[in-house]
Design a protein around this ligand. Structure first.
Ligand SMILES: Cc1cc2nc3c(=O)[nH]c(=O)nc-3n(C[C@H](O)[C@H](O)[C@H](O)COP(=O)(O)OP(=O)(O)OC[C@H]3O[C@@H](n4cnc5c(N)ncnc54)[C@H](O)[C@@H]3O)c2cc1C
Length: 433
């Protein structure tokens, strides 16, 4: 598939160039997919002394990992710790919540340890309320996350406006553990680290099928095969021919657009997120952004109702919204527009699907995968290497298809206008405190 180049490709300093697989290989662990998830797992498994092969259909970072918004976020989208505890039980739930909170720290520690040149800044993440009535929601959210050690605090309206650089917000959660980075460089840096630890990486190598041979798996590609005791399928549910129910039918795909403005002026840079934080607000129609190391503002958005022609009509709508949030940018415009596919689970929680013994297919996307895929990938890699389940923060489950999947797959887009309506209603609600 031909993709629009992202802003990250234009400024990436980390390189990746690995040979296609051209023979048969025998390893302990085979990883399908050269995104953050697969590479973090490959790194951990190789560090634990296992032989590892990563097979990537196109190029390292070709999927969501190299084309996302670059935000490193110590939180989950839409849901909180209570939802996690309900879904995973007290013990696993708590260890997963702590994994979420600690995930940004793991990302920045890996970057330091392997010298990954990805413009990373651990300058904090802001979660501002776009409506006065939502400040109480933020207080409840803060309380829930702080019970598990969150380092977030609540900012006043005045402090929020100063730190975001916008009159638009009424209070915010501020968590110093978050930040942002160039995700393509980060993913390539993980590949370099995994290769340095001994993992073999093959680009332009698409896995066409998995065959069971006794206790082992054989992964068939167009030019060779890999035999392995364990398989980690880290394809972000986007290889339906391979996964069957494991990914494609157990998740909902969502095309997300990312857009980068021209380089901001000195004055604009001094007033918009002057502390260098990344931010995502409280809207259903999420407004998220950061300023990358070259000085462009990067933001994202989804097309309501239909994808037809969205590449043309969506950017002007998102530019108008950007100019409303940051009047110092109006009339806002974008230089670079690209898109990628996210995979959503119905409850916004990750899953570790186990289609068959020795074959694991995790899903963490849900729009918050930079930090979470790193942390979960590392745990899965260690577990596959050692067999020790105590480190696993999620239960393994059998793949389950979403009923009426072809309808469910359209629901996020169809519901977006309702979300936008709720966002503007929230602005008119009187705060209850
Ligand atoms: C537009 C967008 C913006 C986002 N913004 C953010 C953000 O700001 N912060 C955040 O935390 N998260 C964000 N996310 C989510 C985050 O990008 C993902 O959760 C994360 O990158 C998923 O990583 P992954 O390794 O699981 O999947 P991917 O990066 O998608 O990697 C899967 C890889 O598998 C390969 N593959 C597929 N099939 C095969 C096969 N048969 N054989 C071999 N290889 C195969 C693909 O080529 C691909 O490279 C965003 C997502 C999108 C789409």
């Amino acid at each position: 598939m031909v993709q629009d180049p992202s802003v990250w490709a234009a400024s990436a300093r980390e390189e990746a160039d690995y040979p296609a697989l051209e023979h048969d290989l025998d390893v302990d662990i085979a990883v399908i997919g050269g995104g953050i998830h697969g590479l973090a797992a490959a790194l951990a498994a190789a560090q634990a002394g296992r032989t590892v092969a990563v097979l990537e259909a196109v190029a390292v970072g070709h999927g969501a990992s190299g084309r996302n918004g670059g935000l490193v976020v110590p939180s989950l989208p839409r849901i909180g710790p209570d939802d996690v505890l309900r879904a995973f039980g007290a013990e696993r739930g708590e260890s997963f919540i702590r994994l979420v909170l600690g995930a940004p720290g793991e990302v920045f520690a890996l970057i330091r340890r392997f010298g990954i040149d990805c413009g990373a800044r651990q300058s904090g993440w802001l979660n501002p309320a776009h409506a006065p009535a939502l400040v109480a929601t933020l207080e409840r959210r803060l309380d829930a996350w702080q019970r598990f050690g969150s380092t977030a605090t609540l900012l006043s309206a005045e402090e929020t406006r100063r730190r975001v650089g916008s009159p638009h917000f009424h209070g915010a959660l501020a968590d110093p553990s978050g930040g942002h980075l160039n995700p393509l460089s980060y993913t390539r840096g993980l590949a370099r680290a995994a290769a340095g630890a001994g993992a073999r990486i093959h680009e332009r190598t698409s896995v066409r099928r998995l065959e069971r041979h006794g206790e082992r798996w054989r992964l068939i590609t167009q030019t060779g095969s890999v035999t392995a005791a364990r398989v980690l399928q880290a394809t972000n549910a986007q290889s339906p021919g391979l996964t069957g129910d494991a990914g494609a039918a157990g998740t909902v795909p969502l095309v997300v657009y990312e857009l980068a403005t021209p380089f901001l002026s000195e004055e604009q840079r001094a007033s918009i997120l002057p502390g260098g934080e990344s931010m995502s607000d409280t809207r259903h129609n999420l407004f998220a952004c950061c300023i990358d190391e070259s000085g462009r503002l990067v933001t994202g958005g989804m097309a309501p109702l239909t994808q037809v022609g969205a590449r043309r009509w969506l950017p002007p709508l998102l530019a108008r919204r950007l100019g409303q949030v940051f009047p110092q940018l109006a009339p806002a415009r974008f230089d670079i527009v690209w898109s990628a596919r996210a995979s959503l689970t119905p409850d916004f929680l990750p899953r570790v699907f186990e289609p068959a013994p020795g074959w694991i297919a995790p899903i963490t996307c849900n729009g918050r995968g930079v930090a979470l895929s790193t942390a979960l990938g590392s745990r899965l890699g260690r577990w596959l290497a050692t067999g020790d389940t105590s480190d696993l923060p999620l239960p393994r489950s059998a793949p389950r298809a979403i009923p009426l999947h072809w309808i469910a797959a359209r629901i996020p887009q169809w519901l977006l206008p309702l979300g936008m309506l709720a966002d503007s209603r929230a602005r008119r609600r009187v705060p209850t405190r």
